[in-house]
Design a protein around this ligand. Structure first.
Ligand code: NAG
Ligand code: NAG
Ligand code: NAG
Ligand code: NAG
Ligand code: NAG
Ligand code: NAG
Ligand code: NAG
Length: 477
């Protein structure tokens, strides 16, 4: 995933589809009706949005690839990682609403893209754009499947094993070096542009996965890695003393050229991991303080008037958010919901308060058929279908699903561990010999000849946009 950077010109790919949808709205399509005080009404809204979201998935149709959204560019707008995040959104939808309509699709997708027998989500198909964060997002969805006991047939695969396989490949020596004092690089392969970038999201995914594996297995190897990774992210300056979370820095600058753009996806994955560490350790100083600090700052920064705004790209006069970024809001809402459940005494109250103001904006942004816009602070559907619409759907679905935590009496099945009913048994050595660490020269053999060139082109065009974005951020001051 190119969190900061995959801003390639993919919008035109969707324009044909987009224009027809836009025409429909401009002729006055009806809006989604929701009563926020009625659980059944929220669930119905979530169901409508989920159905709409799944309509963009065709991986289960003959001739299509199981598990992925149309793409990656130029074949379609979505990079591989985004489907991984979508299945996590779908699993959370089930967890909060109880509707298992899409569980079979989610299960098939994760099992297939884990790429057995390795199960480390490193199919050679995606090598050309596989970053630690891309692999990480799929791993986090597999971890969630373990935590909610997503049913699997015996012998089929094992959610915990998939998460461990991702963790083990990322903890392996070949992913680590002493540049910038530690940390993972953004890209896995030397030949991919962005290999010299050590960013927050790659390390946040590894941290988050380590924290959750530690909680699930009670194995301190994972929590040691998690703590070490968190400390590195903080010490290198990607989290500042006011709890802002920045994007990353480059190895040739010893990671001191910090790109100060703030994405909600970075905050999401960090907050979730910190909440788990706090829940597990009950250490108020080491984890409680960062949790309240990060949640405070995140609510203040991303919900300026109670409704979420992706400030780095959702400017008041222009929308610069790319396909990836359209899905970010959903990750933050899902993470905040988990934090509220994992650390109720510390952060539940401000999160519930924010969810209540935010949902009004989300509702206003949706049409009756479950199509939702990207801007939640304009009081209506914004007609934004460029650079989506699956990301918009993921964000809105997360908003409705997680809103259910606002009910005082709501009870959700607790996230399990190995000792509290978790059925995944895992394999501590999973993924240790990744067969798929192909070099780009090996890749460029057969039918993949164009892949490297294509990635290089996409990344270049993106880096251009990325500097533009940083300028955009500066303008807000
Ligand atoms: C929902 O409940 C709150 C608090 O009781 C109330 O202020 C609000 O008007 C209600 N909204 C609707 C749509 O009924
Ligand atoms: C990889 O690509 C091939 C060829 O398109 C396809 O048959 C296969 O299912 C893909 N595997 C994964 C894990 O996406
Ligand atoms: C590079 O950064 C690391 C981590 O911030 C620091 O420990 C190290 O001293 C720095 N090296 C140089 C040469 O500045
Ligand atoms: C978070 O905000 C609350 C309420 O404004 C405040 O009491 C608390 O000290 C803040 N915590 C941190 C760590 O900034
Ligand atoms: C940890 O999470 C559980 C819910 O899973 C919650 O009941 C408990 O209060 C949490 N612990 C702390 C210290 O907040
Ligand atoms: C997980 O739980 C099972 C069943 O209680 C137990 O046999 C196993 O040893 C546990 N695994 C770990 C890693 O603790
Ligand atoms: C704990 O995890 C590490 C890392 O995967 C593994 O090497 C070790 O065997 C695990 N310990 C137990 C008791 O499962």
């Amino acid at each position: 995933m190119l969190l900061t950077t995959k801003i390639a010109g993919v919008a035109p790919l969707l324009l044909a589809a987009a224009s027809s949808v836009y025409a429909a709205t401009t002729t006055g399509q009806s809006t989604l009706q929701v009563n926020v005080n009625d659980t059944a009404s929220i669930k119905t809204a979530a169901k409508t949005v989920a159905k709409n979201l799944i309509s963009y998935y065709s991986g289960d149709k003959p001739g299509q690839t199981i598990g992925i959204l149309p793409g990656p560019p130029p074949a379609g707008p979505y990079y591989w990682w985004e489907a991984g995040a979508m299945w996590g959104t779908i699993i959370d939808y089930w967890h909060y609403t109880g509707d298992d309509t899409y569980n079979t699709l989610a299960k098939q997708a994760l099992v297939f893209q884990a790429d057995p027998p390795q199960n480390s989500f490193m199919s050679p198909n995606w090598t050309a754009s596989l970053g630690n964060d891309d692999q990480g997002f799929w791993g986090l969805s597999a971890m969630l499947a373990a935590e909610v006991n997503l049913p699997l047939a015996p012998g089929e695969a094992d959610w915990l094993e998939m998460a461990q396989a991702v963790f083990n490949t990322q903890a392996a020596d070949d992913r680590h070096d002493d540049e910038c004092g530690g940390g993972l690089r953004w890209q896995i392969f030397h030949s991919n542009a962005g290999y010299d970038y050590k960013n927050t999201i790659a390390n946040a995914c590894f941290f988050n996965l380590g924290a959750r594996l530690a909680r699930y297995t009670d194995n301190s190897t994972y929590s040691k890695w998690a703590e070490k990774t968190y400390n590195w992210i903080r010490d290198v300056g990607y989290i500042d003393k006011n709890w802002n979370i920045y994007d990353g820095g480059h190895v040739p600058h010893n990671c001191t050229d910090i790109n100060k753009v703030q994405w909600s996806a970075n905050a999401a994955i960090m907050i979730h991991g910190v909440a788990i560490m706090y829940n597990m350790t009950e250490d108020a100083e080491k984890w409680g303080k960062p949790l309240t600090g990060l949640v405070n700052r995140t609510l203040e920064f991303f919900f300026p008037k109670g409704v979420m705004v992706e400030r780095a790209c959702e400017l008041s006069d222009r929308l610069l958010c790319n396909v990836d970024q359209h899905s970010f809001k959903g990750y933050l809402l899902r993470s905040l919901a988990t934090a509220a459940l994992m650390a109720p005494d510390l952060v539940r109250e401000p999160i519930i308060k924010t969810f209540k103001t935010n949902i009004e904006g989300v509702i206003d942004s949706c049409l009756a058929d479950g199509t939702c816009g990207y801007r939640w602070n304009v009081g209506k559907y914004d007609g934004d279908v460029d650079n989506g619409p699956a990301g918009q759907g993921m964000s809105a679905l997360a908003a409705f699903s997680t809103y259910l935590i606002t009910e005082e009496q709501a009870v959700f099945k607790p996230l399990v561990t190995n000792s509290t009913g978790g059925e995944s048994r895992g394999n501590p050595n999973a993924g240790e010999k990744p067969a798929t660490l192909l070099s780009m020269s090996e890749l460029t053999g057969k039918d993949k000849a164009g892949a490297g060139v294509l990635t290089a082109f996409v990344v270049c065009s993106i880096l251009g946009t990325y500097f533009f974005l940083v300028t955009g951020v500066g303008e807000r001051k």
